[in-house]
Design a protein around this ligand. Structure first.
Ligand code: C5P
Length: 290
């Protein structure tokens, strides 16, 4: 492992980049530098990553390097992940949102990078740090903004993993000024947001679609309904009570409605398990098409 730290001009030098690519082919790993104040007084990319993140990257390596053929599992694949909650504004100071932490989606984006994919992450508000080595990181607030970004990226995507907890409703009206309190109750009318995953299911061509179903009851039954209705290739069913936790237990249901259960483990470990199943499905699909 090389944890990089240097002057930005050296960092961007094509000779250095070429040497890094060469070393990667021999199995060396590179932990990219962060942006920030450099020793030479520039504010640019070239700062050594935080020690905790360096340790995290090395620890993750011990998880995914167990996977057979890990470095080729998703190489050349374009993966789009939506993650986090959305925020629907009522007025300049108030909004409605939900409990999603974004941990599962961020773990999936990071795992896809680790397994060789080009990853774009579209994220609603979260308190999490951006995963490393993404191709693109797009921040949004509302469901409508998330729809616009996903829709733009979707054409050029091989695998779309819809992990975001998108608000189903938004306030019918946005008040430009703060709503004043008055006597009696306040009634706010809500209207439906677009179901982003459903919309992508309608226009999909080559894309492999993965949905999530966080349920409080009848988990499998509800997940199956969504798999069919949204035209998905796979759905990950789980309990909504795990939304904010570091761990989860899941059941992966495939298009043919066969399923596989994974017991309670970290969202990071589950992310590799989910992507292993996705890669396997895509390989089988390609073999059958030949
Ligand atoms: O129908 P339900 O919201 O339970 O479905 C969950 C799945 O649909 C998740 O994959 C979620 O990311 C996606 N979804 C969406 N847009 C919405 C609501 C849900 O993409 N407005």
């Amino acid at each position: 492992f090389f944890a990089l730290a240097m002057n930005v001009k050296m960092y961007e030098n094509p000779i250095l980049k070429g040497n890094i690519e060469k070393l990667k082919k021999y199995g060396y790993k590179f932990i990219e530098a962060d942006e920030g104040l450099l020793a030479c007084n520039y504010v640019a990319k070239g700062r050594l990553k935080d020690e905790k993140e360096i340790v995290d990257e090395i620890e993750r390596f011990f998880l995914y390097s167990e996977i057979e053929n890990y470095s080729n599992l998703l190489s050349g694949k374009k993966v789009l992940v939506s993650s986090g909650r959305t925020r629907e504004d009522i007025d300049p100071v108030r909004y409605v949102t939900n409990n999603s932490s974004g941990k599962m989606g961020y773990s999936l984006a990071q795992a896809a990078v680790d397994l060789g994919a080009d990853v774009t992450l579209v994220s609603g508000p979260t308190e999490l740090k951006e995963p490393s080595s993404l191709k693109k990181f797009i921040r949004v607030n509302s469901a409508e903004q998330m729809y616009q970004e996903i829709n733009r990226e979707f054409k050029d995507t091989d695998i779309f993993i819809s992990c975001a907890a998108v608000a189903d409703y938004k306030p019918k009206e946005y008040h430009n000024e703060k709503i004043k309190k008055a006597e009696g109750n306040l009634i706010i009318e809500f209207v439906r947001n677009k179901d982003i995953l459903f919309e992508m299911g309608q226009v999909k061509e080559k894309q492999f679609l993965v949905g999530f179903a966080a349920e409080t009851n009848d988990i499998k039954e509800n997940a199956l309904k969504k798999l069919r209705k949204k035209n998905l290739d796979m759905i990950v069913a789980n309990s909504a009570f795990n939304m904010n936790s570091n761990e989860n237990a899941i059941e992966i249901i495939k298009k043919d409605e066969t399923s596989q259960e994974f017991s309670q483990k970290s969202k990071q470990e589950l992310a590799y398990e989910i992507l292993k199943v996705v890669a396997n499905e895509i390989n089988n699909k390609n073999k059958n098409n030949k």
